[in-house]
Design a protein around this ligand. Structure first.
Ligand code: NAG
Ligand code: NAG
Ligand code: NAG
Ligand code: NAG
Ligand code: NAG
Ligand code: NAG
Ligand code: NAG
Ligand code: NAG
Ligand code: NAG
Length: 649
C-alpha cells in the first residue's frame, strides 16, 4: 500500500518517569525510552520483520524456490518505525512455519532505492521463476519524485515498472540498467489521469490465453496486471500480456480487465466492502475445492481476482479494503477481455491489507497479507520500535456449501457468494475458502500444551465462564464447534463465542451475533492504554440453513482463534477471517473462557460447544534470531522538498 504520511512530532523523553511494571496500571509509557517495550506486544509465532517498519508482503514477491522452499519479500524500513525509503527485505522457509532472515537479521534488505527509476521507493512486485536468462526475476514498481497517489494529480513517470533478477536465489538482485530496451520496462500510462499505476502481478492463465487468442499480437504465456484507477471515474485493473515468450521486457497492454465506479459497492448490505477510488496489489487466481487449478478445462474451477481497494473505508482501517471477487471472463470485446464480477467479499474484515496469493506446487494458492498495528497516533511506536507483521499464511480454495435451502432469504442478492444448481437440482453456495496452511496448525498443535476444556450447553444467562485450565501466556490457539438449538430464527439465537487475553481489568470478546449475521471482536476493554485503537471489528457471516429432507438445520460455527500476543486472528467456517490487534498491558491479562449472552429478543434457546481445544504455547517462528532484535532508531529529519519522499521517523 502507498502510505499516507502523517506528521508526527518526536516524543519527548522525560528521564526517569518511565514505569514499565506490568503488574500495575500503565503510567505515562510515552516517557519510556526507544525499544523499551519491544517485547511487550510482539508476535512470536508468525512472520515479522526483525525490527522497524514493515508493510506489504512484497507483493507478490513471494515464490517457491527451485528446492521447494519459500522466499518471502516484504516492504521494510529498518531502524525506523514508520514508512519511508521503502525497500524489500526478505526471509526464507521450508514450511511456512519457521523462517530465517535473508543474509541475517541485522541486514535482511535485498532491494532498495538506488537508480533513477526507483530512487523514491521500491514498491511491490511479483516474480517470474524463469525470467531474465532463466533466473527468478521480479517486475516491480519503482517510484520517482513528484505527486504520487490518488489524492494528487499524479503524472506519468511517478510510478513505473522495472526488472531485477537474482543469480543467488533471492539473496541479492541485479537491476537491468536504465535506458531504452532496459529499465523501466513499462513506463507509459495506457490511459490519462491515473490515480495509481503500481503492483505488477505476473500470472499464468490458460483461461485467458484461450480467450484472448493473439489479441493485439501478444502470444506469451504470462499475463500481468497493474493496479490503479482513473480520476473521477474509479478503480481499474489493467491487463497486460507478455508479447512473446522470448522477451520478459516486452508487454502488450490488452485493456482494463476491471472497471468499477469510485466509491461503489457490489453489495448494498455490507457483504462486499467498498471499491474505493484506487486499486492496489491486484492478483489473479483460479480455484477448485482442492486449491489452485490452472486447468482451463476444469469445469469445477472458478476464477478469482483480488484487489486492495484504497479510499473506501471512511478513514478507518487504513482507509482500505482487501477484497476478492469471483469473476467470469468474456471477450475479447472492444479489444479487451473483461472480468464480469459475480461476487465480492473482504479477504479479511479486520486490520489486514495487501493480501496476495502465490502459487505453490502447481496446485495450491497460498495467501498472505500485511497485518498493521492499531496505534494511529504512533503514541508508543518508538517504544515498540517495530510496526506491522504478516497475517498467517492461508490456503485458498473454492468453498462449496451444499444443500442450501433454496428459500433462504437473500440467497440471490449480491453478496460474497454465488449459487450453483447441481445436477440433482440441489443448490450450493460457492465462496472463497481460506484456512491457515496445515503446516502451521499442525506445528502449533504439536509444540503446544493441548488441553480440552469441557464441552457444555449454555442457555444464555452464563456470561463469561473461565476455562478450568488457563493459558499460561499470550501465545495460544482455541478451536471449537458451536451449534445452536431451540430456535432457527436468528433473532432468537444466543450470542456466543469466547473471551481471550482476559483479566478483571482487560479482556477481548469474540462473538457471533446471529440476529445481525455478524462476527465481532469487541476491543473496548482490550487495553488499559487509551492511545491504542478500540473500535469493534465486524465481519458479516451467514450460517446457512442446510436442507435435510423436508427440514433444515442451521450450519454450525467452527472457530479457530490464534492469539499471537498483539496479533489476534479469527477464522470462522473457512469463510470469514478477521485479523486485528489487541494490546493488553497487565501481565495477568492472559485468560480465556466461554462467553454466552442472551439475544435481545429475550427468547430462550441454547448453544453447545464441542471439539474444544486450547493449544498453549505455539512456537517461535524465528529460532535463529536472538530474543531481542531491536536496533537504535534513526530520525532522518525532514528531507528536501524536491524529493517529496517521506518523513524521517
Ligand atoms: C535507503 O536505503 C538504502 C539501502 O539501505 C540506503 O543505502 C540509502 O541511503 C537509504 N536512503 C535514505 C534516503 O535513507
Ligand atoms: C488537480 O487538477 C485539477 C484540474 O486541473 C485541479 O482542479 C486540482 O486542484 C488538482 N488537484 C491537486 C491536488 O493538485
Ligand atoms: C488529465 O489528462 C489530460 C491529458 O493528459 C491532461 O491534460 C489533464 O491535465 C489531466 N488532468 C488532471 C486532473 O490531471
Ligand atoms: C479453449 O478451451 C476450449 C474448451 O475448454 C477448447 O475446446 C479450445 O480448444 C480452447 N482453445 C484454445 C485456443 O486453446
Ligand atoms: C493471430 O491470429 C490471426 C487470426 O485471428 C492469424 O491470422 C495470425 O496469423 C495470428 N498471429 C500469430 C502471431 O499467431
Ligand atoms: C464496447 O464499447 C461500446 C462503446 O463504447 C460499449 O457500449 C459496450 O458496452 C462495450 N462492450 C463491452 C463488452 O465492454
Ligand atoms: C499437490 O502437488 C504436490 C506435489 O506435486 C503433491 O504432493 C500433492 O499431493 C498435491 N496435492 C493435491 C491436493 O493434489
Ligand atoms: C448486532 O446485534 C447485537 C446484539 O443483538 C447488537 O448489540 C448490535 O448493535 C447489532 N449491530 C448492528 C450493526 O446491528
Ligand atoms: C466444521 O468442522 C467439521 C470438522 O472439520 C466439519 O465436518 C464441518 O463441516 C465444519 N462445519 C462448518 C459449518 O464449516
Amino acid at each position: 500500500m502507498l502510505k499516507t504520511l502523517l506528521s508526527v512530532s518526536a516524543p519527548l523523553i522525560a528521564a526517569g518517569a518511565c514505569n514499565p511494571d506490568q503488574n500495575s496500571p500503565p503510567a505515562d509509557l510515552t516517557s519510556c525510552p526507544d525499544s523499551s517495550l519491544f517485547s511487550v506486544w510482539r508476535p512470536r509465532a508468525r512472520f515479522i520483520a526483525p525490527e522497524g517498519w514493515q508493510n506489504d508482503p512484497q507483493g507478490e514477491r513471494l515464490y517457491q524456490r527451485g528446492d521447494g522452499s519459500y522466499h518471502a519479500g516484504y516492504q521494510c524500513h529498518p531502524n525506523h518505525y514508520d514508512w519511508g525509503n521503502i525497500s524489500q527485505c526478505a526471509a526464507t522457509s521450508n514450511d511456512f512455519v519457521y523462517w530465517e532472515d535473508m543474509n541475517g537479521w541485522e541486514n535482511p534488505k535485498t532491494i532498495w532505492p538506488s537508480e533513477i527509476f526507483d530512487i523514491r521507493g521500491v514498491f511491490d512486485g511479483s516474480i517470474m521463476k524463469n525470467g531474465w536468462n532463466g533466473f527468478p526475476t521480479t517486475i516491480y514498481t519503482g517510484t520517482f519524485p513528484g505527486p504520487l497517489g490518488a489524492t494528487t494529480n499524479e503524472s506519468e513517470g511517478a510510478e513505473m515498472q522495472s526488472i531485477a533478477y537474482t543469480e543467488d536465489d533471492g539473496a541479492s538482485w541485479i537491476k537491468l540498467p536504465f535506458g531504452v530496451g532496459n529499465n523501466p520496462i513499462i513506463y507509459q500510462w495506457p490511459m490519462d489521469n491515473l490515480t495509481g499505476f503500481r503492483d505488477p502481478y505476473i500470472f499464468l492463465s490458460p483461461t485467458l490465453s484461450n480467450l484472448s487468442g493473439n489479441l493485439s499480437g501478444a502470444t506469451g504465456d504470462h499475463f500481468l496486471t497493474i493496479s490503479g484507477g482513473v480520476h473521477g471515474l474509479g478503480p481499474r485493473l489493467l491487463l497486460y500480456r507478455q508479447t512473446s515468450n522470448a522477451d520478459i521486457r516486452d508487454w502488450t497492454y490488452l485493456g482494463p480487465i476491471i472497471s468499477v465506479s469510485a466509491g461503489s459497492s457490489f453489495s448494498s448490505e455490507g457483504w462486499s466492502g467498498n471499491y474505493g477510488t484506487n486499486f492496489e496489489t491486484g492478483s489473479v487466481t483460479r480455484l477448485n475445492e482442492e486449491g489452485e487449478s490452472l486447468d482451463a478445462a476444469d469445469a469445477a474451477a472458478v476464477d478469482f481476482i483480488g484487489f486492495g481497494a484504497a479510499g473506501g473505508r471512511g478513514g478507518s482501517h487504513a482507509d482500505a479494503w482487501p477484497l476478492w471477487a469471483i469473476v467470469t471472463y468474456s471477450g475479447p470485446a472492444n479489444g479487451s477481455i473483461v472480468a464480469n464480477i459475480q461476487a465480492v467479499g473482504p479477504v479479511d474484515w479486520g486490520r489486514a491489507y495487501a493480501t496476495v496469493p502465490f502459487s505453490v506446487s502447481g496446485n495450491r494458492s497460498v495467501l498472505v497479507g500485511w497485518a498493521y498495528e492499531d496505534d494511529e497516533t504512533l503514541a508508543l511506536a518508538p517504544q515498540r520500535s517495530y510496526q506491522g507483521s504478516f497475517t498467517l499464511f492461508r490456503d485458498l480454495f473454492l468453498k462449496v456449501i451444499r444443500n442450501v435451502d433454496p428459500d433462504t432469504p437473500g440467497l440471490d442478492s449480491p453478496g460474497n457468494w454465488i449459487t450453483r444448481t447441481e445436477t440433482d437440482g440441489s443448490v450450493s453456495v460457492l465462496t472463497l475458502g481460506q484456512r491457515i496452511v496445515p503446516e502451521i496448525t499442525n506445528e502449533y498443535r504439536a509444540k503446544s500444551t493441548v488441553s480440552t476444556p469441557r464441552g457444555a450447553t449454555f442457555g444464555g444467562s452464563e456470561g463469561f465462564a473461565s476455562f478450568e485450565t488457563q493459558p499460561t501466556g499470550r501465545y495460544y490457539a482455541l478451536r471449537a464447534t458451536l451449534t445452536w438449538s431451540g430456535s432457527t430464527n436468528p433473532a432468537d439465537m444466543l450470542i456466543a463465542g469466547f473471551r481471550v487475553l482476559a483479566s478483571d481489568s482487560e479482556w477481548t470478546d469474540i462473538l457471533f451475533q446471529p440476529a445481525n449475521e455478524t462476527l465481532v471482536i469487541d476491543r473496548s476493554h482490550s487495553s488499559l492504554i487509551a492511545s491504542y485503537g478500540d473500535e469493534t471489528e465486524v465481519a458479516k457471516l451467514r450460517l446457512w440453513p442446510i436442507l435435510n429432507g423436508n427440514t433444515f438445520t442451521m450450519q454450525s460455527l467452527n472457530l479457530t482463534i490464534i492469539v499471537d500476543n498483539s496479533a489476534l486472528e479469527v477464522y470462522a467456517n473457512d469463510v470469514a477471517v478477521v485479523t486485528t490487534r489487541v494490546y493488553p498491558w497487565l501481565a495477568v491479562s492472559t485468560g480465556a473462557g466461554f462467553l454466552v449472552l442472551p439475544p435481545s429478543s429475550g427468547a430462550t434457546s441454547s448453544v453447545s460447544y464441542d471439539h474444544i481445544e486450547l493449544w498453549d504455547g505455539l512456537i517461535n517462528a524465528w529460532p535463529q534470531r536472538p530474543l531481542k532484535t531491536s536496533k537504535p532508531l534513526i530520525d532522518d529529519g525532514p528531507l528536501p522538498g524536491i524529493w517529496g519522499l517521506w518523513s524521517g521517523v
